[in-house]
Design a protein around this ligand. Sequence first.
Ligand code: PAF
Length: 285
Amino acid sequence: MSTQLIHTISELRETLSRQRRQGKTIGLVPTMGALHDGHGKLIEQSAQQADCTVVSIFVNPIQFNDPLDYDKYPRTLQTDVDCCASRCAGIVFAPSDEEMYPEPLRASVVVSELTEHLCGRFRPGHFRGVATVVMKLLQIVQPDRVYFGEKDAQQLAVIRRMVRDLNVPVEIVEVSTVREADGLAMSSRNQRLTHAEREIAPVLYRALLAARRRVSGGVRDTGEVKRHAEAMLRRPELRIEYFEIVDPDTMQPVERINGPVRVVTAVWLGSTRLIDNLLCEPQRL
Ligand code: PAF
């Protein structure tokens, strides 16, 4: 299948309005490129459900709180387009910074409360940047469905809330995390790990699994679950940014586990920041 590469909003809008006039449904997979099998799963799911899948590839400057992180972010457009073509995406939308932000932004989307802790606490302005660019992409593409990975659970909760509060007419599809054979969640940032760091990285998933075992085994006190899992992460190469047990919808920390919870973590391994999470169901009494 041939995939069309589009760089401008006007060309994308024209192409999509032709599709819509023919009664075709549209799926959007927003990405920042450096695509891996995790993105691949989002694209495949959209290609199964929609007549036309648009993959946006845009390293969004306004969601990076660290300019060095923005500069270092991998940019691999040609390989990404090939990946989209092999997964039957109809369109790759790869706008320039000037196309997305022709003048300084005077309007942006702020989702309060959900963004005030976890990643939001350590990356000031990050979720405002994410919510704003996702809103822009939704306005530009006007898809029937938009696809996000469970790995970025807080991002997903923020976008769900934005769509709900602002009555955005789109269905959000959550796609489960894709992992390497040793459990490491796939991420574009994994390519920055040194060989030694890559060997250590799966401990993150093992700590989450240990937490899940405790929750499903009946432990109700989140402090106890956290202490045990954090001990597994305490090693000289790793710095824990947070390890929390939160309500899956509001992402607010819980003290007693009385229903499903999400265990979420962010750590630094050398100069790479990794995040991961698992949904945990407590044992029914
Ligand atoms: O998850 C990402 O890759 C980005 O945060 C997103 C949703 C594409 C917005 O830039």
